[in-house]
Design a protein around this ligand. Structure first.
Ligand code: FAD
Ligand code: EPU
Length: 305
């Protein structure tokens, strides 16, 4: 990629394996660019790129990606908590902030709601993009407004919650939208109770999901609210199936874990196996929730938005 000298001086650019920037620890090299200030946004948008948050929902090809991989630096990770009157609090959060830290800060401040996202590894930007959540709460349930840079637009702007067609695991905004931050308007709660609830939810998650292992979260979307992909994979008897260093988790059928040395090709093999068996034996199409960067043709994105 060709960057101007001034851009390179202000915004670190280096080539490195993406495996170390993802939670599943898979993926080849790319040029990684850290945008350190709003001044870098426009130039960064002018090159072919992909956007990286915490890398908790990504499987990157073994040969990496050709595009620049953009990350938001610490200037985009501010968390400001203010009194909003009427017994409520307003939280303004930058997209690079770590969701777990924001959840903890709100608990300490006695602001209720975010504890429902405890245990979801993400940056705030990645959680907005994915409308990440649990069975009881999705990211956009908390959002009052969101700051975005929309494709084709030259400057960021705020969208109200009602202007965002968020749904299950998608913000609904066009591909190429950059999330720069959001604002939550939250009711007051008792800090001790909120923190205890966050701990309870994290522990419940850890009891049913392989949180201590390397993964990219659930591999597949649930086919419907009443049919969990993990249950389908489990009922097909696939838990514990290995391919190279990858394994369909013995704990939860919708997680594919890196048991050591897994490649993207290992991951693809298990995805193909689960989908084929679900289709042939149950007539169920398992759609990917994990985002794949540079996958083989048969695994090109299917409905991810
Ligand atoms: P990344 O994985 O880095 O990126 C995901 C997508 O968001 C990519 O398309 C990327 O380009 C885009 N993106 C990231 N930041 C921005 C930005 N600022 N602007 C525009 N696009 C951006 N998910 C759940 O919903 N619920 C769960 O309970 C859950 N549990 C998990 C447990 C484990 C152990 C793991 C590893 C994952 C889990 N996940 C879960 C998946 C993951 O937490 C979410 O998908 C999360 O939203 C990913 O955020 P991220 O910052 O890591 O995004
Ligand atoms: N189940 C099995 N076998 C398994 C796994 C699950 O039978 O191996 C059954 C469970 O017993 C339960 C049902 O399937 O009856 C649902 O399982 P669970 O409660 O674990 O929830 P899930 O639907 O599998 C969803 C999200 C998770 C989120 C949890 C908790 C999706 C794809 N997954 O999982 O999100 O953490 O609810 O709220 O929507 C993610 O998106 O990456 C993710 C981890």
């Amino acid at each position: 990629m060709t960057w101007g000298a001034a851009f390179r001086r202000d915004h670190p650019v280096d080539r490195r394996p993406l495996a170390g920037l993802t939670t599943i620890r898979i993926g080849g090299e790319a040029e990684v660019v850290t945008i350190t200030s709003s001044a870098g946004l426009v130039e960064a948008r002018s090159v072919p790129h992909r956007f990286l948050g915490k890398g908790a929902n990504l499987v990157v090809a073994d040969h990496g990606v050709a595009e620049a991989v953009l990350r938001l630096g610490p200037a985009f990770s501010t968390v400001a908590i203010d009194d909003a009157g009427e017994g409520r609090g307003r939280v303004r959060i930058g997209a690079a902030a770590d969701l777990a830290k924001v959840v903890a800060a709100c608990g300490r401040a006695g602001l209720a709601g975010p504890e429902g996202l405890a245990g979801v590894p993400a940056t705030v930007g990645g959680a907005l993009r994915m409308n990440a959540g649990t069975r009881t709460l999705w990211m956009f349930d908390l959002v009052e407004r969101v700051e975005v840079l929309l494709p084709g637009e030259g400057a960021p702007r705020w969208l109200l919650r009602d202007e965002v067609p968020a749904a299950y695991r998608t913000s609904g905004l066009p591909a190429g939208t950059w999330f720069l931050g959001c604002e939550w308007l939250l009711e007051r709660g008792e800090p001790g109770a909120l923190q205890a609830e966050a701990t309870r939810l994290r522990q419940a998650k850890a009891a049913s999901q392989p949180l201590a292992e390397r993964s990219a979260g659930c591999a597949f979307k649930n086919p419907s609210a009443s049919l969990a992909a993990g249950r389908v994979v489990d009922e097909l008897g696939l838990k514990g199936t290995r391919h190279g260093g990858a394994e369909i988790s013995t704990v939860h059928g919708n997680f594919i874990v890196n048991r050591g040395g897994a490649t993207a090709a290992d991951f693809y093999a298990l995805v193909r196996l689960a989908r084929q068996r679900a289709r042939d034996e149950r007539g169920i199409e398992l759609e990917l929730e994990v985002e794949m960067w540079n996958p083989p043709g048969d695994l090109e994105r299917d409905g991810h938005g």
